[in-house]
Design a binder for this molecule. Structure first.
Ligand SMILES: [Zn+2]
Length: 373
């Protein structure tokens, strides 16, 4: 994804290449833009360019350095980003969350604040870059580079550095160690403290157009043209939002087939296949498991609502055609118990219950419940 061509960025990429080729790379660069403008991807592109071994063709995508960048394993490339601070949960520096951060980049390409907070477990809690992080950055960047060339730090959302962290980092920004480049990618550059802001070379990244977003979805997520245009139109020209909309639609398709299979197994009381289903389900990850339970509750709710002649809303054609056949099995005699069973399961999943034991138990309860008419 470092080498994706976002047409709208060609000019800015050219500008960054120009800085590089004419040896005018600033030691602290600020790329600012609205969320979903692709400024984070430009930051990654610039980092890859600075570390690429083929100086004339960078980033070439093939050299050992580019390969390490592509797998986010380059020892001279460092990420820094806001986290939910908690001493007891060992969540004090970015490195404590690096693997989920990289997971998010691989999934979304273009990242967003709310998605990141949700991934850390609470989408309503503001992330912070604290003073421990600044100390860690200073420590890392003082070491010699592993590969003998540059060291690059990319900080996402530097505006979320608290005052202590900002002050601590100030000296490093004024006088970075030799061959060290700092790249700051910001949604709100004016929230940076003035002493830092004034020391950065600033490049503004404009928002992408609806056409560019649609093209991106077609090129990198294989979305067909009609769907890509429709998603791009409802994305408020925010690429991250567009990708999130697309991914949640994809999840919904997967959840529906999982749900249909589960309900069939419960109705036919097929214990050995239920055990297999539960085993596959447990491998999907706890967050997905929780999402699926929420999805199941919503489908049950839609069935009940539809009994009262209220039209089904916000459903795909596949969901609608399934629910029209399935709704007789969900009625006023079992809906309360079904809701309780699923809500309880969600509660226990959140508290780290064993997924296999829990979901087999839930399935056995559903064996009885879906037969109540
Ligand atoms: Zn390269």
């Amino acid at each position: 994804m470092l080498f994706e061509n976002v047409d709208a960025h060609l000019k800015l990429r050219g500008q960054l290449l120009q800085l590089f080729q004419s040896n005018r790379v600033p030691h602290a660069l600020l790329l600012s833009g609205k969320e979903g403008s692709g400024h984070f991807q430009l930051g990654l592109f610039f980092a890859a360019l600075l570390l690429c071994k083929n100086v004339d063709k960078g980033p070439c995508g093939h050299c050992s350095s580019c390969k390490k960048m592509l797998s986010f394993n380059h020892p001279d490339f460092h990420f820094s980003f806001p986290i939910h601070l908690s001493k007891s949960e060992k969540s004090e520096i970015s490195a404590d969350h690096r693997s989920s951060f990289v997971e998010m980049i691989k999934e979304y390409h273009c990242i967003g604040k709310q998605t990141w907070y949700a991934k850390m477990g609470n989408e309503n809690k503001q992330g912070v870059i604290g003073v421990k992080e600044s100390q860690e950055i200073i420590k890392k960047l003082q070491l010699k580079s592993y590969e003998g060339s540059r060291k690059v730090l990319l900080m996402w959302l530097p505006e979320l550095m608290n005052l202590q962290a900002s002050n601590k980092l100030l000296k490093l920004i004024e006088e970075p160690p030799e061959n060290t480049i700092l790249i700051f990618v910001s949604d709100q550059p004016h929230s940076l403290i003035q002493t830092i802001y004034s020391r950065l070379q600033h490049i503004q990244v404009p928002s992408l157009s609806v056409d560019h977003i649609s093209q991106y979805l077609r090129n990198y997520f294989s979305v067909d043209e009609v769907e890509a245009n429709s998603i791009a139109n409802s994305s408020s020209t925010n690429l991250h939002r567009a990708i999130s909309l697309f991914l949640s639609k994809e999840n919904t398709k997967e959840y529906l087939s999982l749900f249909i299979k589960w309900m069939r197994l419960c109705y036919t009381r097929n214990i050995s296949d239920t055990i297999d289903w539960v085993s596959d389900f447990s491998k999907m990850g706890r967050e997905t498991n929780k999402d699926f339970l929420t999805y199941s509750l919503e489908l049950f709710r839609q069935c009940i609502v539809n009994h009262y002649q209220i039209n089904l809303e916000g459903l795909s054609t596949e969901e609608e055609s399934f629910l029209l056949k399935f709704k007789p099995f969900i009625n006023h005699k079992n809906i309360i118990a079904l809701n309780d069973v699923i809500n309880d399961a969600y509660y226990h999943l959140e508290r780290n219950a064993n997924v296999k034991i829990l979901m087999l138990d839930v399935s056995l309860k559903l064996y009885k419940l879906v037969r109540i008419k």
